[in-house]
Ligand binder design. Structure first.
Ligand code: CTP
Length: 407
C-alpha cells in the first residue's frame, strides 16, 4: 500500500500556514489489511480509519457516487484498484486535491498549485456536486483566505448557483451546516462567507432572513451605509477585527433581522424592529440547532441592542430591567458579550468604525452598581420569598439612581 498526505495539510504547507490536522489517503489496501495493522474503523461502512497511535484519519482511496439526496445518500466505492488520481478528482477544490508522499513529492493532477498561485478557489470536477455542503465550504475558504487575495472562480460560483437552485441545500443536516457556519464565522473575514453565499443564491435558501436585509434602507443620519445588509456585513467584519467569540459574531449576524419585516411605506424607519425580529432569530437559531449560548445571546442582543446604544439616556428603572433580563448577577460574561455586540453594531457603520463607545463602560458601571446591593442585610430585616425579591429590586434601583446621578 502507498500512503499520501492529502487535502488541507498539503494546501496549508504550500501556503506557508501552520498545519494542524493531517489527513491521509491509502492506495492499494483493503479494509482487512488496515484492521490487521491495528487501524480503528471510524464507522461500519465508511472506509476511514484512525491511526492506532496518532489518531489521524486514514481514508482508503475511493470513488463516490451519489445514490440519493442528502448526506445519508452516499455510496462509497473503495477498493485497492482505485488510483490516487481517481480519489483526488472527486474532492472539492483543486487546492484541496493535492497529495504528497513521505519525500514531499507532490501529486497535483488537477493543478492545485497553479490555482494557489492564482489565488483561485476552483472546483476539481463535476463531482463537486455530489456533496452540497461544499457550497458552504467554498464560502468558508473564501472567508479564510480573502486576506491572501483568494476569490471563487466564476465557473465554481456558477456550479454553486446551480446547486443552490436545485433544492439540494435543504437536504443538509443542521449539524453539518452549523459546523461550517460556526467555523466560517470564526475566520478572519466572516463577512466574505455571507457575501459568497449571497452571490451564489445559497443565502436565500439557508438564511432568507439575512438575505432579505439587502436592499432595505436605514436612516442615513445613523447609518451612512444606508443598506441594512451592508451594515450587517460591516458589524460582522468589526466583530472579527476585534476578535470576538462565536456567540458575539452569531448575535451580530442576526441582530437586525426585524428590519427585513418593515413595510416599505415605513422605510427608512424601523419601528420596533428589535421585537419583531425575535421570531426570525428564533427560527434561524433552531434551523441550525445553534448551541444554547449562541441562541440566547442572539435573542438578547436582538431585543436590547438599541437599549445598549441609548444606555446613557435610559431611566434607572429601564436600566434595572435590562440588567435583570440579562441576569447580570449570575451571568456577568453574557452581559459583557452583549456590550461587545452593541459596540460592534455601533462601529459597523460606514466611516464610524473608529468611534468611541462610552456606553460600554457606562453599562459595566451600572451592572457593578446593581451588584453592590447586598442581600444579607435584607434577610436580617426579615424579608422572605417574593417580598425579598421586591426589596432587592428596590435597593438596586436606588443604587442605579445614585450611579446615574454621579456618572
Ligand atoms: N473534502 C471534500 N469534500 C468535503 C469535505 C472534504 O472534498 N465535503 C476533502 C478535501 O480534499 C479536503 C479533505 O477532504 O481537503 C479534508 O477535509 P477537511 O479536513 O474537512 O478539510 P481541510 O481541507 O483539511 O480544511 P480545514 O483546514 O478547514 O480543516
Amino acid at each position: 500500500m502507498q500512503i499520501y498526505k492529502v487535502g488541507g495539510a498539503v494546501r496549508d504547507r504550500l501556503l506557508g500556514k501552520p498545519v494542524t490536522d493531517i489527513d491521509w489517503v491509502v492506495v492499494g489496501a483493503t479494509t482487512e489489511e488496515m484492521l490487521a495493522k491495528g487501524f480503528r474503523p471510524v464507522g461500519a461502512d465508511f472506509p476511514v480509519f484512525l491511526h492506532p497511535k496518532s489518531g489521524e484519519e486514514y481514508a482508503l482511496a475511493r470513488t463516490e457516487r451519489k445514490s440519493g439526496r442528502g448526506y445519508g445518500g452516499f455510496t462509497f466505492h473503495a477498493s485497492p484498484e482505485v488510483t490516487l488520481e481517481e480519489d483526488l478528482i472527486r474532492r472539492d477544490l483543486t487546492i484541496n486535491a493535492m497529495a504528497e508522499d513521505d519525500q514531499q513529492n507532490l501529486t497535483d493532477p488537477y493543478h492545485g498549485q497553479r490555482d494557489l498561485e492564482a489565488r483561485l478557489l476552483r472546483h476539481v470536477s463535476p463531482a463537486f456536486a455530489e456533496d452540497p455542503l461544499r457550497v458552504l465550504r467554498v464560502a468558508r475558504f473564501a472567508a479564510r483566505y480573502a486576506g491572501l487575495g483568494f476569490t471563487v472562480a466564476p465557473e465554481t460560483l456558477e456550479l454553486m448557483r446551480q446547486l443552490s437552485e436545485s433544492g439540494e441545500l435543504e437536504a443538509l443536516t443542521a449539524e453539518r451546516s452549523w459546523k461550517e457556519i460556526s467555523r466560517a464565522l470564526m475566520e478572519d473575514q466572516p463577512q466574505v462567507f455571507i457575501e459568497v453565499l449571497r452571490e451564489c443564491g445559497a443565502l436565500k435558501v439557508l438564511m432568507p432572513e439575512v438575505d432579505a436585509l439587502f436592499g432595505v434602507p436605514q436612516p442615513e443620519a445613523h447609518h451612512p451605509e444606508i443598506d441594512t445588509g451592508v451594515h450587517t456585513l460591516s458589524v460582522l467584519e468589526q466583530a472579527a477585527r476585534h476578535k470576538q467569540p462565536l456567540t458575539v459574531r452569531w448575535a451580530c449576524l442576526l441582530h437586525d433581522l426585524g428590519k427585513g419585516l418593515t413595510p416599505e411605506e415605513e422605510w427608512p424607519r424601523h419601528i420596533a424592529h428589535e421585537h419583531k425580529g425575535l421570531k426570525l432569530i428564533k427560527a434561524v437559531n433552531e434551523r441550525f440547532k445553534a448551541p444554547k449560548d449562541c441562541q440566547e445571546l442572539a435573542l438578547l442582543v436582538g431585543e436590547y441592542h438599541t437599549h445598549g446604544h441609548r444606555a446613557l439616556e435610559l431611566k434607572p428603572s429601564t436600566l434595572l430591567e435590562l440588567l435583570q433580563s440579562f441576569d447580570v448577577y449570575r451571568r456577568p460574561q453574557r452581559f459583557e458579550e452583549f456590550i461587545a455586540a452593541c459596540e460592534m453594531d455601533a462601529r459597523g457603520r460606514k466611516g464610524l468604525e473608529q468611534r468611541s463607545y462610552p456606553q460600554a463602560d457606562y453599562l459595566r458601571g451600572a451592572a457593578n452598581a446593581a451588584r453592590t446591593v447586598a442581600v444579607q442585610p435584607l434577610l436580617e430585616k426579615g424579608f422572605k420569598g417574593p417580598e425579598l425579591g421586591e426589596a432587592i429590586k428596590r435597593e438596586r434601583l436606588k443604587a442605579l439612581k445614585a450611579y446615574k446621578e454621579q456618572a
